[in-house]
Structures are given as structure tokens and as C-alpha cells.
Design a protein around this ligand. Structure first.
Ligand code: ARG
Length: 461
């Protein structure tokens, strides 16, 4: 004899170790709310369709509400022998209300039930991720506005390239997060499909009304194929992809923050409350938070690869392999939400060392393009102008000076087109202000970006 809800066919009860191995309750119990919500909608539909009596449905709904309250109060005892959240709730219901509890699972399988729960859960959680993206974006806009005019070196190959506004750099991350937000919007729309009614795989012999359930649970549409409804994990793969790309963005930002607060750069300082010290070296103030975010990106990528591998070559319809979807998705979700939340704090608390950024621009050759552009505006072909400016830089390095300190006579030796106004043309402010092309770093363009960013935030908040 078996104590299982599916025990009829069995002579022996499940081996203890096998029970533990196959149970998912320890991680799927976080979907208790969705499981109960889904069951209430299902029971109402069964009654509306006269598949069960209105009286039974009422008992079921009241019983489920009580179980929900018990779980939320921490008074519910989950059992590993009951495998998962679905059977834990159903067993407790039957214990509480008797025979009516046994009617709840009419026209339903755990295969479509788990799909429903996970859709409901992800639909809700994706909104939370989006809210946290907006929160980080809001901090980026604030930091960009506060440091609107701070000039710092833009880099390519991690070599100083051209002077840009620090605010422009921050807004690049705003744009990346905007795409992340949109990707999660796509995840949401795919999670917003109602799988219940697929039964185990083939549909059901009862006259159910799937639209009723979809309406109760505010789903936008139904799965149109029952096999697909129970087998589809695309929305989770899409979630993990979107989460991975987001973590890649945060880890790029982390890397920059870590560099910027090194002594070598000294471009920013993080708030004391956001850093940790060393147990041995008394002078240390370590940027652990961005380091951890950078590190955690790897585990989110890993969850994506794991689920892709799980569904690869998996035959239709439900296979127990699919139970492996949850832990990775839940961990990715927790990781992404936590990382976004701490990042907003890091950005809000970061102090910008504008004087050091300024020095990095002054004491270098990131204005060399502007010296070349100066000649081009005097009609020298760009290739020749590039050559002249390159030779100038070479000459300056040999003499141990920067372009701004080079006497005009020296400039003229390299090209007669140089005049006294070259000094103004290569000032960092001039270099920045001159980049007026759309999306460029000039203050006017950055203001335009800021305005767009704020409109977008307002629209999506
Ligand atoms: N715990 C299972 C899962 O997460 C629920 C579905 C079980 N279905 C089954 N036929 N064993 O996938």
C-alpha cells in the first residue's frame, strides 16, 4: 500500500531515498500562492461548468484560502513524501474538507498545473525585475544630471581615446537597461499564456471552459495546443536569456566601477557603507559589491546553459526532467533582483572625483583627434591631417609635453595651417562641445538624451 495521492496502482510505498530524490517541495513551495490562486480559478470553473457542485466548489475555495493563510503565517507543514507544492496543498485540503477536496483535481494534471503555477509566478516576478531596472535607471539619470558637465576620458582598448562627458558614459548604461526592460516585456508576454486545460498532455474529456480560467487569472491568451502547453519552457529560457544579458551589462559596469575606484584611476569613491575592509590589511576599502555582481553573472549564464541542455532533445510531452527548470530560474531571479537593487545603491552613493578625471584628460593626448579635425576644417584631407597629428603626438612625447604646452612654432613646423586658435580647439571643453552629432557627447546632446530618458521613465513607471 502507498500513502501517495497516486498510490492506487502500487503495491509498495516509495523508497525513502527515491522520495527525497524526486521531491521538488523544497524549492517549488515558493509558488504556493500561485498554486492556490490557480486551484481556486479551476474550482470555480468546474462549478460554473457543472462538473462539480457549487457547494463543493465553495468548500474547496474556502479550504484553499485557509491553507494560504496558514502558509503565510508559517504554520503549514510541508512534507517531502507529498513531493511537490501541488500535492502538499491538495492533501491538506482533503484532510480539511473531506471528499470535496478529492474533486479539485478533476480535469487537471500536475503537468498543466505546474505549468500554470510557473506562468503565474514568472508573470508576477518579471514585473518586479522591471521595477528594479527602472529604479537603477532613475539613479543613473540622477547621477548623470548631478555630474552633467564633468569631463573624463572615454576609452577604447582601455586606452584614453577622446574626452567625453561622464554623464554621457552613465547614460550608455541607461540605454542598455532600456533594452533589458524591453526584453523582459517580451518574457512577460510569453508568460502571459494560459496552459491549464491541457490535462496530462491530450486535453480532457470534461466540458471545461479554459477561457473562464484565463479570465479569472487575467491571462491574455490560451495555449492553442495541449502538448505544447505542458512541454513549453521557452518563456523560462527567454527569461534566463534576458537575465543573462542584463547580468552581462551589470558586470561590464561592475568592472568599470572596480577600475575607477582603484588608486590608479581614482575617478570615483564608493560609499563606506557599500564597501568592506580586509582582515589583514588595515588600509583596504574593497569594492566587493561590484565584484560580486561580476561574479554572479557567471552563475546566471550557467542556469541558461543548464535549461537549454535540459530541453535539448527532450521528447514531448511532459518529462520529469522539466522539474529541473525551477531551481535555476529561481536562483537567477533572486540574483538579478538582488544585483539590481544593490547596484542602484552603489550608483546613488558613488562620489565622483571630477578633478582626477580632469587630470586624466589634461595630461594625455585624448584631444589628438581634435587637432586633426582642426586641420580638416582648414581643408586638409583627413588622412593627411591624421598623419600630421600623429607626428605631433610623437614629437610631444619625445619632448615630454602635451599638445596644449607645445609652442605655436612647433605646431607650424608640422603644418602651416595651424594658428593660435589651435589651443582653444584642443581644450577638453571644446572637444566635448564640438561632438554635436545626434547621440554624441556634447552637453546639448546629453541634455537631449536626458530628456528622452526621463520621458521614457515616466512612461514606464
Ligand atoms: N513537481 C513537478 C514539476 O515540477 C510537477 C509535475 C509532476 N508531474 C508528474 N507527472 N510527475 O515538474
Amino acid at each position: 500500500m502507498s500513502e501517495k495521492l497516486w498510490g492506487g496502482r502500487f503495491e509498495k510505498s516509495t523508497d525513502e531515498m527515491i522520495n527525497e530524490f524526486q521531491a521538488s517541495i523544497n524549492f517549488d513551495k515558493r509558488m504556493y500562492r500561485e498554486d492556490i490562486e490557480g486551484s481556486i480559478a479551476h474550482a470555480k470553473m468546474l462549478a460554473a461548468q457543472k462538473i462539480i457542485s457549487a457547494d463543493d466548489a465553495q468548500k474547496i475555495c474556502a479550504g484553499l484560502e485557509k491553507i494560504l493563510a496558514e502558509i503565510e503565517a508559517g504554520e503549514f507543514e510541508f512534507s517531502v513524501a507529498l513531493e511537490d507544492i501541488h500535492m502538499n496543498v491538495e492533501a491538506a485540503l482533503t484532510e480539511a474538507i473531506g471528499a470535496a477536496g478529492g474533486r479539485l483535481h478533476t480535469a487537471r494534471s500536475r503537468n498543466d498545473q505546474v505549468a500554470l503555477d510557473t506562468h503565474l509566478y514568472m508573470r508576477r516576478q518579471v514585473r518586479e525585475v522591471q521595477r528594479l531596472i527602472l529604479q537603477l535607471q532613475t539613479e543613473l539619470v540622477k547621477a548623470a544630471e548631478k555630474n552633467r558637465d564633468v569631463i573624463f576620458p572615454g576609452y577604447t582598448h582601455l586606452q584614453r581615446a577622446q574626452p567625453i562627458l561622464f554623464s554621457h558614459h552613465l547614460l550608455a548604461y541607461f540605454s542598455m537597461l532600456q533594452r533589458d526592460f524591453d526584453r523582459f516585456e517580451g518574457v512577460h508576454s510569453r508568460a502571459d499564456l494560459m496552459p491549464l486545460g491541457a490535462g496530462a498532455l491530450a486535453g480532457t474529456t470534461f466540458p471545461i471552459d479554459r477561457n473562464f480560467v484565463a479570465h479569472e487569472l487575467k491571462f491574455s491568451a490560451l495555449y492553442s495546443n495541449s502538448l505544447d502547453a505542458v512541454s513549453d519552457r521557452d518563456y523560462l529560457l527567454e527569461f534566463l536569456s534576458a537575465a543573462s544579458i542584463l547580468m552581462a551589462h551589470l558586470s561590464r559596469f561592475s568592472e568599470e566601477i572596480i577600475l575607477w575606484c582603484s588608486r590608479e584611476f581614482s575617478f570615483i569613491e564608493l560609499d563606506d557603507a557599500h564597501c568592506t575592509g580586509s582582515s589583514m590589511m588595515p588600509q583596504k576599502k574593497n569594492p566587493d559589491v561590484p565584484e560580486l555582481v561580476r561574479g554572479k553573472a557567471g552563475r546566471v549564464f550557467g542556469h541558461l546553459m543548464a535549461l537549454l541542455t535540459t530541453v535539448k532533445a527532450l521528447p514531448l510531452a511532459y518529462n520529469k526532467d522539466l522539474q529541473e527548470d525551477k531551481e535555476g530560474v529561481f536562483d537567477a531571479l533572486d540574483t538579478v533582483k538582488f544585483s539590481l537593487a544593490v547596484f542602484a545603491q552603489i550608483v546613488a552613493g558613488m562620489k565622483v572625483r571630477a578633478e582626477n578625471m580632469r587630470r586624466a584628460v589634461e595630461e594625455d593626448f585624448s584631444n589628438a583627434t581634435d587637432a586633426a579635425d582642426y586641420l580638416v576644417k582648414k581643408n586638409l584631407p583627413f588622412r593627411q591631417a591624421h598623419e600630421v597629428a600623429g607626428k605631433l603626438v610623437h614629437h610631444c612625447i619625445a619632448r615630454g609635453v602635451y599638445l596644449k604646452n607645445l609652442p605655436l612654432d612647433d605646431f607650424k613646423k608640422f603644418s602651416p595651417l595651424f594658428d593660435a586658435d589651435i589651443y582653444d580647439a584642443i581644450k577638453p571643453e571644446t572637444c566635448v562641445a564640438a561632438r554635436i552629432s545626434q547621440g554624441g557627447t556634447s552637453p546639448a546632446q546629453v541634455d537631449a538624451q536626458l530628456a528622452l530618458a526621463k520621458t521614457w521613465l515616466e512612461k514606464n513607471s
